[in-house]
Ligand binder design. Structure first.
Ligand SMILES: [Zn+2]
Length: 152
């Protein structure tokens, strides 16, 4: 997937016009873009996995896996969802409802050739900035397992 110019611009503003790693302030023409989780480690070009980077940090980072990447990629994902940059494609849920569910995502479930995020009831499969599949988890059952007593 090739990043469109408007995606590059979005990433630049999302990252406060600064290098994601060292915080150095950058002009748009100075930036390089870095795959936060490297392509060689299963990362993709979804916009939440691409960050603004100065040339120096990009060279230093190369294709190393960042430490504590789960929290960081989760934060980037949630920010991108909040900015309406991730929507559904070919799935039977409105974008409004989807956004509400995506904002409840609390972990990266898997990463192989695509990102899979999860909240307590749903699992989301992401490809090219779209949610292309949702799997409902067993939340329904859990509701019926909670303790209660009849009041008669
Ligand atoms: Zn830097």
């Amino acid at each position: 997937m090739k990043l469109r110019n408007k995606d590059k611009l979005y990433i630049y503003y999302r990252d406060n016009k600064s290098c994601f790693y060292c915080g150095k302030s950058l002009k748009f023409k100075q930036i390089t873009l870095d795959h936060f989780i490297p392509l060689s480690k299963g990362g993709t070009s979804d916009i939440f996995n691409v960050v603004t980077c100065c040339k120096k940090c990009n060279k230093l980072k190369a294709d190393k896996m960042p430490g504590n990447y789960e929290d960081t990629i989760l934060n980037l994902f949630l920010k991108t969802v909040d900015d309406d940059m991730i929507i559904g494609k070919g799935i039977n849920i409105s974008n409004k409802e989807l956004k509400e569910e995506l904002l409840k995502v609390d972990r990266l479930e898997d990463l192989s050739d695509q990102f899979i995020f999860q909240n307590s009831t749903m699992r989301f499969y992401i490809k090219d900035n779209y949610v292309i599949k949702i799997v409902y988890l067993g939340g329904y059952e859990n509701e019926y397992n909670s303790d209660f007593s009849w009041e008669d």
